[in-house]
Design a protein. Structure first.
Length: 247
């Protein structure tokens, strides 16, 4: 894989541009790629989250500087997300995550439709922080992110936007909180199955770190409605892909 490091740099850059701009798809994309190469789910998730420790740090910092972050929302997501991520990573070592993915995909499919409906109704959201149920959302997001090798953004960001949070704050705050979740998941994997595939991780990190500031800039300056439409379409496509694969 050493000879393919440039390929992983390109993949890391593209995945981070999407993830940083619309708040999702980095982990899902990278994990799917590794598993298609025959890498076991736990190893793939461990490698992707090791890379995400660096890419989410760069992305979160960029979003912070661009004014896309609500600190209260970050804290309310990160603390339960850390707990959920640690439990999910430990369970993935013991039980395959394939059984739970179709259920999550059904939920995400519904959320994608809700987001599209809100965007087309011009209800793009004006709130920074929703009042209720942030803790359970962070807990479930961290758990499913570890189980699926990615998915924090798809679940957390789409739910926040679906509840009416302004897209730039939903995306930026979820990106910052994801750093703490990714670090916890990586530490759990290191303590259980270890982390390997360093050429892959290195390529993903380099590409992701380079892309982070460009993605944050895009998030700040794009109008809310196009971002919501893009988020909704991506969530629906990813959910349908997972459901079709499971069937």
């Amino acid at each position: 894989m050493t000879n393919d490091i440039m390929l992983f740099i390109v993949i890391g850059f593209a995945a981070q541009m999407v993830d940083g701009a619309i708040g999702m798809a980095y982990g899902v994309t990278a994990s799917a790629m590794l598993m298609s190469m025959g890498v076991p789910p736990a190893t793939a998730s461990a490698s992707v989250h090791a890379a995400e420790v660096f890419t989410t740090a760069a992305s979160g910092t960029a979003h912070w500087r661009m004014g896309n972050v609500d600190r209260k929302l970050v804290a309310r997501l990160a603390v339960p997300g850390i707990l959920g991520g640690a439990v999910g990573a430990y369970i993935l070592v013991i039980v395959p995550g394939d059984r739970i993915r179709p259920i999550v995909s059904m939920y995400l499919l519904v959320m994608g439709v809700v987001i599209l409906w809100r965007a087309l109704q011009a209800g793009c959201g004006s709130e920074k922080t929703p009042a209720k149920h942030i803790g359970p959302l962070g807990l479930l997001g961290g758990f499913l992110d570890a189980i699926g090798g990615g998915g924090w953004g798809a679940l957390v960001t789409s739910t926040l936007i679906g509840r009416g949070v302004q897209p730039r704050f939903a995306i930026g705050s979820a990106n910052v909180a994801e750093f703490f979740v990714a670090a916890t998941i990586t530490a759990t994997f290191v303590a259980t199955v270890g982390v390997s595939l360093w050429p892959v991780i290195t390529g993903l990190v380099i590409g992701g770190v380079v892309a982070a500031p460009f993605a944050a800039y895009t998030t700040k300056h794009l109008p809310d409605q196009p971002v919501m439409i893009l988020v909704g379409v991506v969530v629906i496509l990813l959910s349908l892909r997972t459901l079709l694969t499971a069937l």
